[in-house]
Design a binder for this molecule. Sequence first.
Ligand code: IMP
Ligand code: MG
Length: 181
Amino acid sequence: MHQDIARIMYTEQEIKDRVQALGKMITRDYQGKAPVLASVLRGSYIFMADLSRAIELPVSIDFMAVSSYGSGTVSSGQVEIKKDLSDSIEGKDLIVVEDILDSGNTLYYLMDVLKVRKPASIRICTLLDKPGRRQKPIRADYVGFVIPDAFIVGYGLDYDEKYRNLPYIGLLKPEIYDQAK
Ligand code: IMP
Ligand code: MG
């Protein structure tokens, strides 16, 4: 795995520090509340685990899965719910936890679907944000790192279902995905 990485973008320690900071912000902003953390599988599974432990509030967690990239590196713009949340979010303070906000297609669609269910409030927390690639007008309320347009893997993020278990976030060597074209 490691030999396919061109450069480490964020080390394990840098990610840890930033996730702790995000947890502190959420803890401060939601005092007296019990927000629901809803994570979009599969890319955010590690972020969700670490973020939830950095929040000192009685949170609950839920998961949903949507289709996005298939095995390519460019979003299709078509989104489909593969697995829905298990519980109702009506009247709840919802925080959608995402690994990365790229074109915005996934979250733009998802926000529409979730708002209809009448949560008391809804915010987005994303570990990574690539604003340069945005196709839909959507912004996150909590952002870990703003990154340039590059394909990255690790800490939950995959290429073709691989590299999710890398403990850092790295730039994938372009020849890895160029080979697949
Ligand atoms: P969007 O709909 O284009 O915003 O795409 C969001 C999803 O695309 C994320 O949840 C990721 O699963 C995937 N994605 C976008 N950029 C990257 C990347 O650089 N590496 C790995 N997955 C990515
Ligand atoms: Mg993915």
